[in-house]
Design a protein around this ligand. Structure first.
Ligand code: FAD
Length: 487
């Protein structure tokens, strides 16, 4: 008998740890799948993420039940729960997939010790990425701090193929998992101490994740490089929350892109214009960003709270009362900068924000409001369903010019120009900022050049801007120059 401990891999198919547990148990064919509601982990949770997790767990349990098995769900400290369960079902070992954040690694070390003390063996697999941290390194064996070099090696390295779910017979009979403390039904979101999210969270589970992948690969993937920066177009995969929770395997996603690549190469033959194959490769390079940031977090877990990049002196982020009022306006989407407000409201409504807009609002927080990126990271952590420590931190530190491959400090987005370039018809803006709904795109994009009276007339309810971009840009430059010891 083996226990398989699900964590960020809430699926049966293409799951390396689960497959290893089934293989190891082939003498008696018995694997008991377990999920542990760990209060230490839940302390970092948020309503949209816990909602998605619970829905994904319900789908996972249903998938096991269809196979004549069941998911054991227990609340407690995994370092206590797992040895107890192992003793109860007489399991020889516990198997799980590696997680690479500092917090997860600390927890796993405690679990390993507890299992050792109980005389239960354990085994782990790498599942959440194609190339686990530490395997794509510089020629000196160091983790990469520059994405481009990482990407070239990542792209050229062979990728494993996806594989099917273990057959029902390999999993333990449902009756054998009728363990006393297994929670049935699963706890509600309130039982776990969270309110229902205000946002509409995407459907969770392997089936909806596969639908998203299939939809994306049917069409949008071939235009990804041209369209991905336009938030009004449905041009990206929306797979980030699935990849975060492992409701679909990375091998399955990559294999679909390889099929799309083959189709793209056929399409490109004899065609003029941007090759579709480049578009598919651009998408694969986003999958590699995820693995790049995973290895950054693994190599330097302290980036969760500290700047990756050292400056001569501390950056003098604003933290006075006005700065905190500006922070509140940013969070609520009432900065008076249309594209910023649209993004911040999309976040609240959908627990998601388009990547280009994440970059714009992050630049605005750090370089227009001169607020510490950690405020933004915490807000995203509360509101994004796809919050992932590695990617969220990587994105924030990039925008704040404190990260690995960061924007140079002097590259400061102009939020008005960004809005005009990436939302030319102001479609995205009017969807999320109804106060500007009847205003022409031209007026939206030159909003601050219009006389105040005209603005009031066009959109009486839209807030005045909290800061002046040109003035704040100069202040940001000198803030960074001081940090660099140049002023
Ligand atoms: P697609 O464009 O379809 O990309 C496919 C997948 O590639 C994504 O699902 C994601 O797993 C990965 N990916 C894409 N872009 C990036 C990137 N820049 N960095 C790392 N991985 C990437 N992504 C998260 O998954 N979780 C986060 O918490 C997160 N926070 C971010 C915060 C900031 C400030 C910024 C600038 C970016 C952040 N991102 C985060 C990256 C990116 O915005 C999202 O992954 C993307 O918008 C998700 O939409 P999608 O699945 O449609 O992406």
């Amino acid at each position: 008998m083996r226990l398989f401990w699900h964590r960020r891999d809430l699926r049966v198919a293409d799951n390396r740890g689960l497959a290893a547990a089934v293989e190891a148990a082939d003498d008696d064919g018995a694997v008991v799948p377990v999920f542990v509601f760990d209060d230490d982990v839940l302390a970092h949770g948020s309503p949209p993420r816990v909602r998605f997790m619970l829905d994904a767990l319900a789908a996972l349990r249903a998938a096991y039940r269809e196979r004549g098995s069941d998911l054991v769900a227990v609340r407690g400290d995994p370092a206590e729960v797992l040895p107890t369960l192992a003793a109860e079902v007489d399991a020889e070992s516990v198997v799980w997939n590696e997680d690479y954040s500092g917090l997860a690694r600390e927890r796993d070390a405690r679990v390993r010790m507890a299992l050792d003390d109980a005389g239960v063996a354990r085994e782990t697999r790498h599942d959440a990425v194609h190339h686990e941290p530490g395997t794509i390194t510089t020629n000196d064996g160091e983790p990469y701090a520059v994405y481009t070099y990482f990407w070239k090696k990542w792209r050229d390295r062979e990728k494993a193929a996806p594989f099917d779910s273990p057959a029902g017979a390999d999993l333990v009979d449902g009756d054998a998992t009728a363990i006393g403390e297994s929670l049935d039904p699963l706890p509600s979101i309130a039982d776990l101490g969270f309110d229902e999210p205000d946002a509409d969270v995407q459907a969770a589970g392997t089936a909806p994740a596969r639908d998203r992948l299939a939809d994306f690969c049917a069409d949008a993937v071939y235009r990804y490089d041209e369209d991905r920066d336009y938030p009004a177009k449905e041009a990206t995969s929306r797979l980030s929350t699935d990849l975060k929770w492992g409701t679909i395997g990375v091998r399955e996603v990559y294999a679909a892109t390889e099929e799309a690549m083959a189709a793209a190469q056929q399409r490109d033959e004899g065609e003029e214009g941007t090759p579709a194959a480049d578009a598919v490769e651009e998408f694969q390079s986003q999958l590699a960003w995820r693995e790049f940031y995973t290895q950054v977090l693994w190599a330097t877990p302290e980036v969760v709270t500290q700047n990756y990049k050292e400056y001569e002196r501390p950056i003098e982020w604003r933290d006075d009362e006005t700065a905190m009022e500006n922070l509140a306006a940013w969070k609520e989407g009432r900065t008076g900068y249309p594209i910023v407000d649209a993004g911040m409201r999309q976040l609240r409504e959908e627990a998601y924000m388009h990547n280009r807009v994440r970059m714009i609002v992050a630049s605005f927080l750090t370089k227009d409001l001169l607020l510490d990126w950690r405020h933004g990271y915490e807000h995203f952590k509360q509101h994004l369903a796809d919050h992932d420590t590695a990617n969220d931190n990587g994105g924030w530190q990039w925008a704040a010019s404190t990260g690995t491959d960061a924007q140079p400090y002097f590259r400061i987005f102009n939020p008005m120009t960004q809005g005009e370039r990436y939302d030319p018809d102001a479609e995205y803006i009017s969807e999320y900022v109804p106060e500007l709904g009847g205003v022409s795109a031209e007026n939206v994009h030159s909003w601050h050049e219009l006389p105040v009276g005209r603005r009031r007339q066009l959109a009486p309810k839209y807030p005045d801007s909290v800061v002046d971009h040109s003035e704040m840009r100069e202040r940001a430059l000198s803030m960074f120059k001081r940090a660099r010891g140049e002023e």
